[in-house]
Design a protein around this ligand. Structure first.
Ligand SMILES: *[C@@H]1O[C@H](CO)[C@@H](O)[C@H](O)[C@H]1NC(C)=O
Ligand SMILES: *[C@@H]1O[C@H](CO)[C@@H](O)[C@H](O)[C@H]1NC(C)=O
Ligand SMILES: *[C@@H]1O[C@H](CO)[C@@H](O)[C@H](O)[C@H]1NC(C)=O
Ligand SMILES: *[C@@H]1O[C@H](CO)[C@@H](O)[C@H](O)[C@H]1NC(C)=O
Ligand SMILES: *[C@@H]1O[C@H](CO)[C@@H](O)[C@H](O)[C@H]1NC(C)=O
Ligand SMILES: *[C@@H]1O[C@H](CO)[C@@H](O)[C@H](O)[C@H]1NC(C)=O
Ligand SMILES: *[C@@H]1O[C@H](CO)[C@@H](O)[C@H](O)[C@H]1NC(C)=O
Ligand SMILES: *[C@@H]1O[C@H](CO)[C@@H](O)[C@H](O)[C@H]1NC(C)=O
Ligand SMILES: *[C@@H]1O[C@H](CO)[C@@H](O)[C@H](O)[C@H]1NC(C)=O
Ligand SMILES: *[C@@H]1O[C@H](CO)[C@@H](O)[C@H](O)[C@H]1NC(C)=O
Length: 414
């Protein structure tokens, strides 16, 4: 095939693919009203910044390749941005969201419209505010269904259910992180963990609510599990049911089945569950994983996997979660995760060794730096190649776009 003919074939191919994608992709519009709202949990009322008075916030539910516009109205008391966690947004950095990296915070009384361009993401992602600790309460699911003519590379579930895991604090989230940064110490521990905004029945406050997932016998459910906690990894289980992991962070993985999963903060996992046991009510439960000396509070939070027309039968002693510091359980789970070659997954082009022209070494560290205003005279600082991040007061992307002067520590000042 001649060069020109090859090019024509390629061009027609690209045109065809583009037309295919464009003809099936939809455009969606969402309105987010972000303001403070009161929530009572653990017999204590907390004021939270949330979207549309809801904790967690509303879900976005679209198909692969669609475009989503989200008009965010800040009706709160301070500025924040929203990040579409895991959306690649090729050549669309202005809508990525990290505060002062791609935009300045949306000021109170103003609004900003994000254009979220989906490409090859498939499965579950999430959105969250990206300023200080606003992500603790301003968050929600971002569900990406297969494109119109595309199928799942596993048995089609009868229904899906979002399961958002969260850290719950009594008190003002912004105050908690501001105080910790000023004092140079780790922020305090959460008061509880929550599933879809419910702290369940283990914390002893009679008014607390528990998340219930209604299921029909013999049906298959796709759980879209999102870890929106501030810092904790979680084990998750459903008593007497097995969990089949099928996707992670909006890519399919090779299927594997376990009694529990382990999910990191920021991560998402799609899991198939078959309602194939005796009709009844079964606990679902989460507990943090940590083998660090600075362990989080070791609390189990419950939800209920409830077969239609069943009552009673809940039995907490059937919850089989690994203990918090079970490193073997962690490794055993992580070792199962493998890529899967399915047409629905994005193609990964890993460059060959010989194609690598330059290697960059990045040393990650957490150190104590002197701090005269801090409680113990030092503060914990994370760094890359000994350079720590200090949030600038201008938008770096805008500065770069306008060729403003950018100061990069240790490199140059022009
Ligand atoms: C948020 O609330 C507004 C006004 O009540 C409503 O118009 C809008 O559809 C809601 N947005 C979502 C995503 O539910
Ligand atoms: C939340 O509760 C506090 C204390 O009761 C009250 O002052 C405040 O107005 C409430 N805020 C909202 C948004 O309802
Ligand atoms: C539980 O809720 C009821 C009704 O809102 C309220 O009267 C009661 O004080 C609450 N109890 C506790 C312990 O918060
Ligand atoms: C603010 O919202 C209004 C309508 O709700 C819309 O017309 C306008 O484009 C929005 N502004 C920005 C900057 O997104
Ligand atoms: C409610 O939370 C605040 C803030 O953490 C705390 O000071 C207070 O003691 C709590 N009240 C109850 C009844 O637990
Ligand atoms: C939560 O964890 C803390 C610390 O690990 C413990 O003191 C407390 O009893 C736990 N509460 C519940 C309800 O498990
Ligand atoms: C549930 O699991 C427990 C312990 O893992 C087991 O003893 C019991 O037989 C199981 N019950 C059912 C209905 O599968
Ligand atoms: C709860 O489950 C345990 C373990 O399988 C069993 O020994 C116990 O009898 C069950 N309790 C009830 C009330 O069914
Ligand atoms: C896990 O914690 C328990 C109790 O704190 C401790 O006895 C045990 O040695 C720990 N196990 C590991 C593997 O660190
Ligand atoms: C890293 O930064 C600290 C504090 O500024 C300095 O004392 C130290 O020498 C630096 N280390 C290296 C390897 O540059």
């Amino acid at each position: 095939m001649g060069l020109q003919q090859g090019f024509v074939t390629w061009f027609v191919g690209v045109l065809f693919l583009t037309t295919l994608l464009l003809s099936s992709a939809d455009v969606h519009h969402y309105e987010f009203f972000v303001r403070e709202s009161n929530f009572t949990k653990l017999c204590n009322t907390t004021t939270l910044l949330v979207v549309n008075d809801s904790y967690p916030g509303p879900q976005i539910r679209v198909h692969r390749g669609d475009t989503v516009f989200v008009n965010v109205h800040n009706q709160g008391n301070y500025g924040f941005t929203i990040h579409w966690h895991g959306v690649k947004q090729p050549r669309n950095p202005w809508s990525d969201g990290p505060e002062f990296v791609t935009q300045c915070p949306i000021q109170p009384g103003t609004n900003f419209t994000y254009e979220i361009v989906l490409s090859d993401e498939i499965g579950t992602l999430w959105w969250h505010a990206h300023s200080d600790w606003t992500r603790g309460s301003v968050h929600g699911a971002f569900i990406i269904l297969p494109a119109k003519k595309e199928t799942y590379p596993f048995p089609t579930p009868n229904a899906d259910q979002t399961v958002i895991l969260e850290s719950w604090y009594d008190g003002d989230y912004k105050q908690i992180i501001d105080d910790a940064l000023a004092a140079g110490v780790s922020p305090r521990q959460p008061n509880a963990y929550a599933i879809n905004g419910h702290v369940g029945d283990t914390y002893g406050c009679p008014n607390d609510t528990i998340f219930r997932m209604q299921v029909d016998s013999e049906k298959i459910y796709l759980l879209r599990i999102i870890n929106a906690a501030m810092n904790e990894h979680f084990f998750f289980t459903i008593a007497n049911h097995t969990l089949t992991v099928v996707a992670q962070d909006a890519s399919y993985v090779r299927r594997f089945t376990r009694d529990y999963i382990l999910i990191s903060p920021g991560q998402t996992m799609d899991v198939l569950v078959s309602a194939n046991r005796n009709v009844g009510q079964y606990y679902m439960a989460i507990r943090p994983f940590s083998d660090s000396s600075a362990a989080p509070i070791d609390n189990i939070t419950t939800g209920i996997f409830q077969y239609t027309n069943s009552e009673g039968g809940l039995n907490a002693s059937l919850i089989t979660l690994p203990v918090m510091n079970d490193t073997d359980a962690m490794i055993n789970f992580l070792n199962q995760i493998r890529n899967t070659k399915v047409s629905q997954n994005p193609r990964i082009n890993v460059p060959a060794d010989k194609d690598i022209k330059r290697r960059v070494f990045i040393a990650l560290a957490v150190n104590n730096l002197p701090c005269s205003n801090c409680v113990v005279g030092t503060r914990l600082v994370a760094s890359l190649n000994n350079v720590s991040y200090v949030s600038p007061s201008i938008d770096i992307l805008q500065a770069y776009y306008n060729r403003y002067i950018i100061y990069i520590h240790g490199y140059s000042n022009s």
